[in-house]
Design a protein around this ligand. Structure first.
Ligand code: PLP
Length: 369
């Protein structure tokens, strides 16, 4: 993103920039601003001191840090992930100490959408005090999200069975192009009084993959502000045991962008504010392009008369599409057409462009006929 470069130049030009150790939980300003992006500027949980952020080594680092805490301090043993889920989840949760790794149904190959009945059934059977990992939006790998009504039903089950929601927020802005809209599920759960963890990533939303910028946001219940302070001191120990402190550069970039203009009067307020809005625009541009490619692929498949229904290519959200090809078909399309995707047919929609989309559609046609 072009504005990132501008901010980086500004940061590195600062003669006071140093390479001292940072606080174990990272940059204070970042820890204030990142949770606001998800929980909202006026979040009562943040204002009341019962929610706080802790800078982590991106989304994956937040998942790992939270896992350590859940296992070490709260004695959780069982974690439920969606089936399918992002590959790394299993590894992180296993290495982080969960001994019982389970899945709830999520993908329905017949409808190429969410198997919501299966999901609810599985959650209802989950042992009390299990941790449930939920993707906030733009589910990876399926690209299928729950509706708001479905979220409310999931929340009912979480409440009934005393299950702990662990939210993976790696793609805020990538489902609707609107950061607030995409954060709705989390804000809803917090409004309902849930205690939860959020693993937030800036890899995608600010294209800062290698800088490892993320945040673990902890939300506790009403009246637990003191517990929040106690918890953060335990997170300090976890960070110290793993890496001492997170790196500075990416978090400086992000907190500069997220800065509230009112708090930055001495700096170049207007530019910061404009950049912040510009960032929203960039996200929208990226998101619109992915949508255009989904549309083009769907149209091309339909025009070719490709057997089957291809509506899901259009309706799935985020960067990925679960095409619904069998592993054998995926093998074929890879070998014959050199079009690559995971064996479960998760394809990255960002790889499509005006020049290759028809060729991809023709290859899919050739594969399924
Ligand atoms: N969670 C999900 C669902 C992801 O897809 C990813 C990255 O692809 C991550 C978390 C973690 O990303 P990072 O560690 O780069 O923030």
């Amino acid at each position: 993103m072009p504005f990132i470069q501008k901010i980086e130049q500004q940061i590195t030009a600062d003669p006071n920039l140093d390479h001292e150790y940072q606080w174990f939980l990272g940059i204070e300003k970042f820890n204030k601003l990142a949770p606001r992006l998800i929980l909202g500027e006026d979040s009562p949980a943040l204002l009341g001191g019962r929610a706080f952020g802790s800078q982590t080594l991106s989304g994956n680092g937040a998942l790992r840090m939270a896992t350590e805490f859940l296992v070490r301090h709260l004695n959780y043993k069982t974690v439920y992930m969606s089936n399918p889920t992002w590959d790394n989840h299993r590894l992180v949760f296993r290495y982080g100490g969960f001994t019982d790794l389970k899945y709830y149904r999520y993908w329905d190959p017949a409808t190429r959408g969410v198997d919501f009945t299966g999901m609810l059934e599985d959650l209802k059977k989950a042992p009390k005090n299990s941790v449930i990992v939920l993707h906030m939006c733009a589910h990876n790998p399926t690209g299928c999200d729950l509706t708001r009504e479905q979220w409310t039903m999931v929340a009912d089950v979480l409440e009934e069975r005393n299950l702990f929601p662990f939210i993976d927020a790696a793609y805020q802005g990538f489902a609707s192009g609107d950061l607030d809209k995409d954060a709705w599920p989390v804000r809803y759960l917090v409004d309902r009084g849930f205690e939860l963890f959020i693993a937030q990533s800036f890899s995608k939303s600010m294209a800062l993959y290698s800088e490892r910028v993320g945040c673990l946001t902890v939300v506790l219940g009403e009246g637990h502000a003191q517990d929040a302070i106690n918890m953060s001191s335990q997170l300090v120990l976890i960070a110290r045991a793993m890496y001492i402190c997170p790196p500075k550069h990416g978090a400086l970039v992000v907190s500069t962008i997220l800065s509230d203009p009112a708090l930055r009067e001495e700096c170049d307020l207007c530019i910061m504010y404009l950049l912040r809005n510009y960032r929203k625009k960039c996200l929208k541009i990226m998101n619109d392009r992915i949508q255009d490619m989904r549309k083009a692929l769907n149209e091309s498949l339909v025009k070719l008369g490709t057997p089957g229904n291809w509506d899901h290519v259009l309706t799935q959200l985020g960067m990925f599409s679960f095409l619904g090809l069998t592993p054998r078909q995926v093998e074929y399309i890879k070998k014959k057409h050199h079009i690559h995707m995971l064996s479960n047919s998760r394809a990255n929609m960002c790889g499509l462009n005006d020049k290759n989309v028809d060729r991809v559609a023709e290859a899919i046609y050739d594969t399924v006929v």
